[in-house]
Design a protein. Sequence first.
Length: 213
Amino acid sequence: MSPDRNKGRSVDWSVVRQRLTLAMDAVTSLQDPANEMRRRKLEARAKAFERSRAADRSEVAAVGSVHFDLAGRRFALEADYVHELVPIRWITPLPRAPRFVMGLYDLRGQVFPVFDLQILLDPGTGGSSASNWGVVCGQHRPEFLIATSGIATITAGVPQPVAPAEGVASVAWIRGTAADSTIVLDGATLVTDPQLFLEEVRSTAQGEGKEKG
């Protein structure tokens, strides 16, 4: 089928969810017992973070941050904008999506986009080389996942930037670099960035296409 015949077709989310579930089941069934045990331990660690985060929300003074690696750099994001940490076992590609959209991930029956922030921070790069963990981000509810190159860590407190971030694009959700070279993200700005909401990106692209036509 030629690419032209696919233009303008909307994504059938029910089919995407069905294929995603089947693919994940197939991968899980092929795993050996040792890998399955390791996966369960990692998921238990992620769930423990979710429980501790829920408890922290009851304390106004509780502040923390999640630190993760991306293409050799260390990033920090306020824990208030992180819902959980999950191992990414399978990502379903999304046709005609922007390059920084890695695909879709099924999180307990809900489908969320997975983003490679490295492409937004450095448009000339080829993207992250490995993405086996995801940081589930959102303000009041999960909205999307940030792919990372390793399991994230949680610390008490948020690092403060002491200098502008160098070597990355100037985006609104970069606050600066901390004393230990960690790049500090602004959670409130990140989770409301229009680029990270696929419906708005698709609407903008369609509008530009109509104007050009």
